[in-house]
Design a protein around this ligand. Structure first.
Ligand SMILES: [Zn+2]
Length: 230
């Protein structure tokens, strides 16, 4: 029995979504906290803004994920229903279509016809779904599960800079949040890169660069508006 090799793309799916959700949580909450702290808000206000930002961000991630997974599932379902109908009313054309797909992939015509015939005998809808529509696996979409997973990963990410606010003295909130958030982001970037078989340093650099840029932008906004509003 040949040894089954593992491909990175198969195991990246859910981890990638979780890491990206957590990254969003860290970047958006750390930036929010740095901006509010730069406007010389007191600790209570900084924490309140951070917690409100965490809840708002988690709910918007859940809403976005729910809508995107549901609409993707709707599209897949509609495509499959149309394909099923086509197979019922137009068997000959559908058989020819599948044969042409296999010829394009390099099979010689007689073999392509044989393969198409055998696969359509076995499971015509699955053969067309996979080779014509590109649906590698027909899975039941779980919009709620996807929504809660992304909300949870966002909230877990957001909790890190909030913890930093909670643990640091008021006058050091900004440097502690910035430095600790960059460390968390670097760790997440390495984790995602490592799971995907990519260069971990590049992965860390990418996400810390954008995280730093976001915190710098909100710091400037906080400084600018903080002095003008108060
Ligand atoms: Zn078809």
């Amino acid at each position: 029995m040949p040894k089954k090799e593992h491909h990175f793309s198969t195991r990246i799916g859910w981890l990638r979504a979780a890491v990206l959700g957590a990254n969003d949580g860290i970047v958006s909450t750390a930036s929010l906290v740095v901006g509010v702290a730069a406007a010389s808000a007191v600790r209570g206000d900084v924490l309140l803004a951070g917690i409100a930002g965490m809840v708002a961000g988690a709910m918007s991630m859940a809403a976005g994920e729910y809508v995107s997974v549901s609409s993707q599932a709707d599209t897949e379902k509609a495509d499959l229903a149309r394909e099923k109908k086509e197979l019922e009313i137009n068997d000959a054309d559908e058989r020819q279509e599948l044969t042409e797909i296999y010829i394009e992939r390099g099979l010689e015509p007689t073999l392509a016809k044989q393969v198409a015939d055998q696969l359509m005998e076995h499971d015509a809808l699955m053969a067309h779904a996979r080779d014509e529509l590109g649906l590698t696996e027909i899975h039941t979409a779980r919009p709620f599960q996807a929504a809660w997973t992304s909300a949870l990963s966002f909230a877990l990410g957001a909790a890190l800079p909030l913890l930093a606010v909670f643990l640091s003295p008021t006058n050091l909130i900004i440097p502690v949040v910035v430095i600790s958030s960059l460390f968390f982001l670097a760790g997440m970037g390495m984790l995602a890169a490592n799971t995907g078989g990519a260069n971990i340093w590049k992965g860390a650099l990418r996400v810390t660069f954008w995280g730093l840029l976001a915190m710098l932008a909100t710091f400037l906004v906080g400084r600018l508006f903080g002095t003008n509003i108060s």
